[in-house]
Design a protein around this ligand. Structure first.
Ligand code: ADP
Ligand code: ADP
Length: 225
């Protein structure tokens, strides 16, 4: 587990500033949901936390270490993407195992971790299938399993439910929260989904806390319609 400390982050693409002065603290084991409209910079923020995108100004610390100073393999972070980004030619098992193989884990350890994640995510019947033979919700679970088996300090979720229908979205939100709680990993989740959780409804308690994204779009964006 790790704390995330985001301090006065700015990000520009060329002359266009897309994130301006965002600060946020995420405590050890906390699950934070950032809600904001499409294009406001949520994905960019997460990619900076993951170390996938250069920071223009400010700092991001994870567990007391500045992320932009870490080597990719030192970044103990797993990200789940909106399009799942599964390897189409690999089975479900191999998709989940791949990161562990690269990291040099033993076969026995890989099998133990993948089997445990598959049980948690109800993927046991599908381990030999390719992603194309899975439904959207099942693919989403594989993407979560791939993140889970790495036992990272931090989970980053970039609109992981956008491609699912509304009913499945509600169910998967609960499952993501349960998974995060069971492993206790610090999580940052971004979405444009503005649906408010009903007070007292356990199935909708996933966005336990919200932090407004204070980023702002420049008036003259290159991609503005
Ligand atoms: P969100 O995830 O909130 O939908 P993004 O972080 O994807 O938003 O994008 C924020 C803004 O930055 C958008 O205006 C987008 O067009 C712009 N942007 C994202 N990536 C790039 C890039 N590589 N080059 C230029 N502009 C970009
Ligand atoms: P969705 O409508 O959510 O995209 P699909 O129609 O793709 O779902 O799949 C419905 C069910 O059929 C799922 O349980 C999926 O695992 C199963 N399925 C889809 N393709 C195959 C296949 N080629 N072989 C076996 N089962 C499959």
């Amino acid at each position: 587990m790790a704390t995330i400390s985001i301090r006065d982050i700015t990000k520009s693409y060329g002359k266009t500033e897309v994130i301006h002065g965002v600060s946020l603290d995420v405590a050890d084991g906390e699950f934070i949901v950032i809600v904001g409209p499409s294009g406001c910079g949520k994905s960019t923020l997460l990619r900076m936390v993951a170390g996938l995108e250069r920071i223009t100004g400010g700092t991001i610390d994870i567990g007391g270490r500045v992320v932009n100073e870490l080597e990719p393999r030192e970044r103990d972070i797993a990200m789940v993407f909106q399009n799942y980004a599964l390897y189409p030619h690999m089975s479900v098992f191999d998709n989940m195992a791949y990161g562990l193989k690269i990291a040099g884990q033993s076969k026995a350890e890989i099998k133990a971790r993948v089997d445990k994640a598959a049980a948690m995510l109800q993927l046991e019947p599908f381990l030999d299938r390719k992603p194309r033979a899975l439904s959207g919700g099942q693919r989403q679970r594989v993407a979560m399993g791939r993140a889970l088996v790495r036992q990272p300090s931090v989970f980053l979720f970039d609109e992981p439910l956008s491609n699912l229908d509304a009913k499945l979205r509600v169910q998967m939100r609960l499952e993501i929260k349960q998974m995060q709680r069971s492993v206790g990993t610090t999580a940052l989740y971004v979405t444009h989904d503005q649906v408010e959780p009903r007070p007292g409804a356990p199935a909708l308690r996933v966005p336990v806390r919200r932090a407004a994204v204070q980023s702002r779009r420049q008036a003259a964006r290159a991609d503005a319609p």
